[in-house]
Each structure stands twice: as C-alpha cells, then as structure tokens.
Design a protein around this ligand. Structure first.
Ligand SMILES: Nc1ncnc2c1ncn2[C@@H]1O[C@H](COP(=O)(O)OP(=O)(O)OP(=O)(O)O)[C@@H](O)[C@H]1O
Ligand SMILES: [Mg+2]
Length: 450
C-alpha cells in the first residue's frame, strides 16, 4: 500500500487561506505575521470521491424540496435574533466570554420541541446532564454525545437524525486526518468546513459554540465567521445578571436584533420588555440621568449617564468623572456656562457612566451635558428618551458616526424618542422605529427636554 505523504503547508490565521510556502505577509489578506505551519496528509484530497459529486438541479426542483423551513426553538428571544426561528440547514456560530452562559443557552433549546443532538466535547455527558437537571430540562428529544472526532460526530448525526446539532465547542473537536491538535487554526478550519458540508447535505441546523479572544472576537480563523450563515454573541458581565444575545451577521435575517435574558439559578429567562430591565436599575424621573447609545467596536451598548451638581461649600469646586474624559467634561461645563448661562464656577460636578463602561466617543457629549443641566436645574429628562450628539464650542450639535446602529439598538430596547444632531436627520434614520428630535444647538435641545 502506498504510504500517505504528509507535507507542510502554511495557513493564515486571519483569512484562513493556505499556501505551499511561508510568507511574512499573507498574499491574500495582506496581514503581517499571520502564517503558521501545518501538516497536510495526502488523504485530504481523496476525501471527496467521485461518488459524492452531486448533479446540479434546477431552481424549480430545489423549490419543490421546500427549502428554508423554520423551527421555533421554544425561546422567542432566540427566534427573533435568528430572524424568525431556526432555519434548517443553517450553520450558526455562537461566541461569548468564558462562563457567560453559552452552554446554558444551547442546552435550554432542549426545552422546546426540537430534536437535538448535543455534542459535548468540552464537558462530560454527566456534567451536561447535571446542568440539564438544574435547568429543569426533561426531554426524550435531547440526545447527548461525548464524541469529539468529526467523522464520528457525522455518523451520530446520521443515526439520530436531529433537527439541530449543538457542537460545544469548535475548539475541542478534531479531524483525525490532520496532525494538528484540536483548537489549532487548521483543525478549526477543517472541522468548520466539514460541519458546513454536513449542514447543507443533511439539511440540519448546526450551532457551533466558539471561545472568544481577549479582543472579544471568536477565536480561530476569521474565515470561520465568513463560512457560517449566522454569527451570534452572548454578552454580559459578572456584576449584572442580564445577558444580551446579539447577531453580528445573519444571512437569513436582520442583524440588529438583540435578545435579552436574565441569568437565574434555573437558567436564562427571557426578558420580554428589555427597557424595563434597564429602567429598573435606573432611577426614574430623577433629575441628572440620561441614556446614551454608545458604540463599542461594532456593537452598540446603551449606557446610563448620571450627573450630580451641588453647591461647592469647601474651597475649589470638585469635578469628578468616571468613564469619560475629564478635560472633555471641563469643556462641556464651559459650554454650559457660556452658551446656556448656567453658572458652574461654584458647583461640584460628579459624572458617572453606570456599569463601569469607559466611553471615548464624543457622541456622548450631549448626553453628559444634558445630565449635568438636568441635575443643576432639578428637572428630569423624559423617560424613554436617548440623547446623542457631539457638542462644539459654539454650542452647536455635530453629527456622529453609525447613528443608525445606535438608534436601532435603542429602538430594539424599547426607547421611543431620540435627540439627534440635525446633520444625522436623513431618509435612513427616519425609517427607524423611534421618534426623532433633530437639534442644531444646545439651546434647541434644552427647548425640547426642559
Ligand atoms: N447553580 C447556579 N446558580 C446560578 N447560576 C449558575 C449556577 N451554575 C451556573 N450558573 C451560571 O451559569 C454560568 C455558566 O454557564 P455556562 O457553563 O453555560 O457558560 P459557558 O459560556 O458555556 O462557559 P464556558 O466558556 O466555560 O463553556 C455561570 O457563570 C453562572 O452565571
Ligand atoms: Mg460551555
């Protein structure tokens, strides 16, 4: 028998392209230092035998097979984020920080009517069963498998014939035909590609769980995100119980939907009215607070801005700010004093962005200025309103970037009114389901709010 030769190839960790020789700069995506070595065995090319090659079909034939069947997962927030349910034959990637609740969310899908094969390559079947018991899942439709080799997983899928396969996680499964260890770029790429072909051939939805890097992106080649149909992120932090499920890519639905959950001892419970959750932590009708839709990378996050203005009884007035630039606050106070004739020289000013978030975005200016003015005047800002805009030295409101994303997020979270820069008032923003109040100057804004 001919010995299978293995040869060295180089794989780009960014775009996932493969090259026969090493380059300092990836010839495809032009990133530097992203190529790493991996061994290719001769078997790979023989994976697809002639017998597997499919004939092309006419559109009518394809449509006759009733493609695009959607299933309800039993969690309406998840269905909404997916664009109206789980689409058969789709490949979904779910990322999130360690311990945020990825496995919990995936397992809770077992509460619905779906037939699920849960491939638990990361934990033992027993550990998953213990979690399922805690989450109150009792279903004959949920099958667990501790397998972590891709071909074995494929044969399990054929045997169980599920509607959804959960792979927890992509970093722990491997293809025995490759020499590299599970979690390496070449393994993630290969297994990702095989899961893609399984999902399309067997018309089964596959949910792949992925770890995230320090920078917050899903670990592994960027190509994985290109390959899948939908990319979801589950976000949250240790101090709060709420979790946000967000889609950053969706071939079969909108990308700006968010699903809000609360982490409880018996799992993630859906929050049907998200604004209530945020307003619950917020002191309603208290002067000095406003809501600003911040943008973290590509992700919009709503931040509560709190300000307290009081008489400075002890010498030099204090200025204390958490989460925003101190000098920028001084500038905003000067604008307030000069343009709006609000004396600030003898006042202590405290500003806090709730939740420990740091915002460098000048789009937060107007929200901070309004919070300070609201506290100083002892007049609250209307509920359900978000405020956004950069403030110039003349008191003019300048337009901000990516306003539609921020407005969509606010609208999805239940906010109904938005003060925006006049320059951002256009056909695109008018279409978003939120009442817009365009403003040219700080005077205009105060006229609307107070
Ligand atoms: N008994 C419990 N009561 C309340 N919450 C719990 C309990 N056990 C676990 N949790 C919550 O579930 C979270 C862990 O969820 P899960 O294992 O689904 O996260 P994960 O994102 O899959 O993590 P990993 O990246 O480690 O796989 C914990 O951080 C905690 O918030
Ligand atoms: Mg997990």
């Amino acid at each position: 028998m001919a010995k299978i030769k293995s040869k060295i190839h180089y794989l780009c960790s960014d775009c996932g392209d493969e090259f026969p020789k090493w380059h300092g700069q990836c010839p495809s995506c032009k990133e530097w230092g992203t190529l790493s070595e991996f061994k290719v065995t001769g078997k790979r090319s023989s994976l697809r035998s002639k017998a597997l090659i499919q004939n092309s079909r006419s559109l009518t034939e394809v449509l006759a097979g009733n493609p695009g069947e959607r299933f309800n997962t039993g969690m309406s927030e998840v269905d909404r984020v997916l664009g109206g349910g789980l689409l058969s034959g789709s490949l979904i990637l779910l990322g999130g920080n360690p311990g945020v609740g990825k496995s919990t969310l995936a397992l809770q899908l077992g509460n619905g009517d779906l037939k699920i094969l849960y491939v638990t390559a990361e934990e033992s079947e027993d550990q998953v069963a213990i979690r399922a018991k805690r989450l109150g899942i009792q279903s004959d439709q949920l099958h667990l498998s501790g397998e972590n080799e891709i071909h074995a997983i494929e044969s399990h899928i054929s045997t169980v014939n599920p509607q959804l396969v959960v792979v927890d996680s992509i970093q722990t499964i491997y293809n025995e035909e490759l020499d590299s260890i599970a979690g390496s770029i070449s393994q993630i790429r290969e297994c990702g590609q095989q899961l893609l072909s399984i999902s399309k051939q067997k018309n089964v939805a596959i949910l792949i769980i992925g770890h995230v890097t320090k920078e917050g992106t899903i670990a592994g080649p960027k190509m994985l995100e290109h390959m899948v149909d939908t990319v979801l992120y589950l976000e949250g932090d240790d101090r709060h119980d709420h979790r946000i499920l967000r889609s950053v890519k969706n071939r079969f639905g909108p990308t700006h939907e968010v699903g809000i959950f609360q982490m409880e001892p018996d799992g993630l419970s859906e929050v049907s009215n998200p604004s209530e959750l945020f307003l619950a932590e917020r002191s309603e009708n208290i002067p000095g607070t406003s809501i600003f839709p911040s943008l973290e990378g590509t992700r919009p996050i709503l931040v509560e801005v709190q300000a307290l203005v009081s008489n400075a009884n002890y010498g030099t007035p204090q200025r204390n700010v958490n989460g925003f630039d101190y000098k920028r606050l001084s500038m905003l106070l000067a604008v307030l004093e000069k343009r709006m004739k609000t004396p600030m020289g003898s006042k202590d000013v405290f500003v806090n962005l709730v939740g420990g978030l740091r915002v460098d975005d000048p789009a937060a200016d107007l929200s901070i200025l309004c919070s300070v003015a609201s506290s100083s005047r002892d007049q609250s800002i209307p509920d359900g309103m978000i405020i956004i805009g950069e403030v110039g030295l003349a008191g003019e409101i300048r337009s901000v970037g990516q306003i539609d994303k921020r407005l969509q997020e606010a609208s999805a979270l239940g906010f109904t009114h938005a003060i925006i820069p006049n320059g951002n008032y256009n056909e695109k923003t008018k279409k978003i389901k939120i009442t817009l109040h365009p403003a040219k100057t700080v005077q205009n804004v105060f006229g609307i709010i107070f």
